[in-house]
Design a protein around this ligand. Structure first.
Ligand SMILES: Nc1ccn([C@H]2C[C@H](O)[C@@H](COP(=O)(O)OP(=O)(O)OP(=O)(O)O)O2)c(=O)n1
Length: 179
């Protein structure tokens, strides 16, 4: 079940759910708009020109109140807000229609696990043939919350728990059997 604005307000008041900082205007009928933070990560050129799942990825970090994303390029960004989900709520990071219509795609690879605490790292892709300029503090995406049928016994304790600012891929820490 998708949480309504009323339930979102109630859970925040009860301190079961956190989105901070938050203004009333960000609360939509079935979602909460999140704003762009001022920290970004750009993928570095690799010596052999290829990224792998085994090596730690290197990024160039920078802080800026405004960023220009060149055509056909990819940038990691962060939400301004820090969120915390209880053990029986999961959330989906969705783009905003107005941002999508500019040709800026917010990839929603994976969703927010119950028990997650931190800022959300956003994978931005400019699919347009023109550069796109974004300012920190502008509403960039929305978070849709869904109530689970029961609490998980495995609340999120993964490698992005507690993340602050844009955080690069930590896939090299996976120990998949078939990896
Ligand atoms: N656009 C997104 C989507 C999710 N997350 C956060 C919230 C999730 O709870 C956490 C982990 O996401 P996944 O479980 O999809 O990621 P992995 O499977 O790669 O990592 P892990 O092994 O830690 O679960 O990352 C994020 O910062 N930005």
């Amino acid at each position: 079940m998708i949480l309504s604005d009323q339930t979102i307000r109630q859970l925040i008041l009860q301190k079961e759910l956190a989105v901070e900082p938050l203004t009333e205007e960000q609360i939509q009928p079935a979602s909460v708009d999140l704003r762009l933070g001022a920290h970004f990560l750009k993928t570095k050129e690799f010596v052999n020109g290829i990224m792998t799942l085994e090596e730690e990825m290197t990024y160039e970090a920078f802080e800026s109140e405004a960023v220009v994303i060149p055509p056909q390029s990819f940038l990691l960004a962060t939400t301004l807000e820090t969120i915390r989900l209880p053990d029986d709520v999961t959330a989906f990071v969705e783009g905003r229609s107005s941002i999508g219509r500019m040709g800026l795609f917010i990839q929603n690879a994976g969703w927010v696990d119950p028990g997650f605490e931190g800022q959300i790292t956003l994978e931005l892709f400019n699919a347009n043939r023109l550069p796109i300029k974004l300012s920190a503090g502008r509403r960039i995406c929305q978070l849709v919350f869904a109530k689970m049928d029961r609490k998980t016994e495995n609340a999120y304790r993964g490698k992005y728990q507690g993340q602050r600012n844009a955080v690069g891929s930590r896939i090299h820490l996976d120990n998949d059997l078939n990896g």
